[in-house]
Design a protein around this ligand. Structure first.
Ligand code: ADP
Ligand code: ZN
Length: 435
């Protein structure tokens, strides 16, 4: 069985990779400078000419692009090919504001699907597998990206899209799906529904899941692996850079390999823009060196994470990124303390609660309030007030130890918090409404 989808690229020596990246970067910078007036202006303003970029070591000289640039240039301002050469458009999910669009030539679709095929192969997928795609299809890149990757990898592809969870499970059983691709929050929901239907992991053939498009914790991973009886792999991507498959996890499950023959990563200080050394936490920046239609250079993702070149037991030499802690704009400042939703999720699952929760932040009498509603599992459910209050107190204490601030915890009855079939909405910050 093939272990890699594109072995030459996935196991290339770091020296050869740097050479390849440099060649591709030089070509890409010329392509963008000549065809994208918006970026040419940015380079001119910074006093950088394409000739100044001779290798990846010169990357830091280029100006950054941000989501604000994409919104300003919307819809065609960053297009580097005539529309007649493009075959596809996708759009971001709009999680953090106005959607932006990205364009693809056939070459761009091909390389993106290859990246997804690398992810499927790394999760053990091949022509003997039935791959159920339960990411949403449409403008969102999740469905179409993994769909294309599954075809390339030769899997029998089940294009379910998201939703209709009981039918997902019925097809999963009837057709013997072995790999499930969806968001981690939807995977958790599918696991819960399987249980509610009186079934166990022994009733399905799933062996692996490829879950991404939103942040999820290690605790969530273990909980999904148990409920579905699978090994759960992380996958990362963003529409602006192509879609899922920018980075993917291997059997080691300790960070995702970045497809750096296509996308050069950097970690920068989000305040100063300075490039940080390997191992520092900072904002992830990508330069796309092979895409034709929508080739973003030094695009600031706002995702916070760490890169590592530590040797991986899978044999891939591609650099790894740690699970993103969330986006810089997911971080809440509550009573002066930085809080990521993922920190709260870690405590909840560690304490045996379900991953169904809602965080509400508000401001009352000039003080920030933090309310966390958490579902009890059916076996935790109690109608005795005192029991529930004791549990709420204990959980609030554990969260205070993690965050340093005291939340108000509300334990709610099983199934009272809406489930997600795509990207989960777990935070409501009402302070923004008062501003
Ligand atoms: P939007 O930015 O509107 O959500 P996308 O659907 O393109 O649009 O989402 C890309 C973003 O999703 C990434 O920038 C990142 O914040 C998040 N994301 C994708 N995959 C993962 C993952 N495996 N872990 C954490 N976050 C992820
Ligand atoms: Zn690996």
């Amino acid at each position: 069985m093939a272990k890699y989808w594109q072995e030459d690229m996935e196991t290339m020596s770091p020296e050869d990779m740097k050479k390849l990246q440099s060649e591709r970067l030089v070509k890409q910078v010329h392509h963008v400078y000549e065809n994208v007036p918006y970026y040419r202006d940015l380079m001119d303003k910074k006093g950088v000419k394409p000739e100044d970029i001779r290798s990846v070591d010169d990357l830091h000289k280029l100006p950054f692009l941000s989501k604000a640039d994409l919104r300003e240039a919307y819809p065609f301002g960053l297009l580097a090919k005539p529309l007649s050469d493009c075959v596809r458009i996708h759009s971001t999910s709009g999680t953090t504001g106005k959607r932006v669009v990205a364009f693809y030539t056939q070459h761009d679709v091909d390389l993106w699907e290859d990246c997804c095929a690398r992810a499927i192969t790394a999760a053990g997928g091949n022509e003997d597998d039935v791959c159920q795609i339960a990411y949403g299809y449409g403008l969102f890149t999740g469905g179409m990206g993994l769909h294309g990757g599954s075809h390339k990898a030769g899997c029998l592809t089940l294009p379910m899209s998201s939703g209709n969870t009981e039918r997902q499970i019925q097809f999963m059983r009837d057709l013997g799906a072995t790999i499930l691709c969806c968001t981690p929050s939807y995977a958790a929901y599918i696991g819960e529904t399987l249980h509610d239907m009186g079934l166990t992991p022994d009733d399905i053939k799933l062996k692996a899941g490829i879950f991404g498009a939103e942040p999820w914790t290690e605790e969530m991973r273990r909980s999904i692996e148990k409920s579905l009886g699978i090994k759960a792999y992380d996958i990362f991507g963003l529409t602006e850079i192509s879609g899922p498959g920018v980075a993917f996890e291997c059997e080691e499950q300790s960070g995702m390999h970045i497809n750096e023959d296509h996308f050069i990563p950097e970690i920068i200080d989000p305040e100063t823009g300075e490039v940080l050394p390997e191992g520092s936490v900072g904002e992830l920046v990508f330069t796309s060196i092979t895409k034709e239609a929508f080739p973003l250079l030094r695009y600031r993702t706002r995702d916070l994470c760490v890169l590592s070149r530590k040797k991986c037991s899978c044999g891939r030499t591609l650099i790894k990124m740690a699970k993103p802690m969330g986006r810089s704009d997911d971080m809440m400042i509550i009573r002066g303390v930085n809080v990521f939703p993922s920190q709260i999720e870690t405590v909840l699952i560690e304490q045996g609660y379900s991953p169904n929760y809602l965080i509400e932040v508000d401001r009352k009498n000039n003080t920030d309030t933090l309310d966390i509603s958490v579902e009890m599992n059916p076996d935790q459910f109690s109608d005795k007030m005192k029991d529930v209050q004791d549990k709420e107190k204990a959980l609030a204490g554990a969260i205070k130890t993690m965050l340093g601030i005291n939340p108000k915890v509300h334990l709610v009855s099983p199934k009272s918090i809406a489930r997600s079939e795509g990207k989960a909405v777990r935070v409501i910050d009402r302070r923004k409404l008062h501003d």
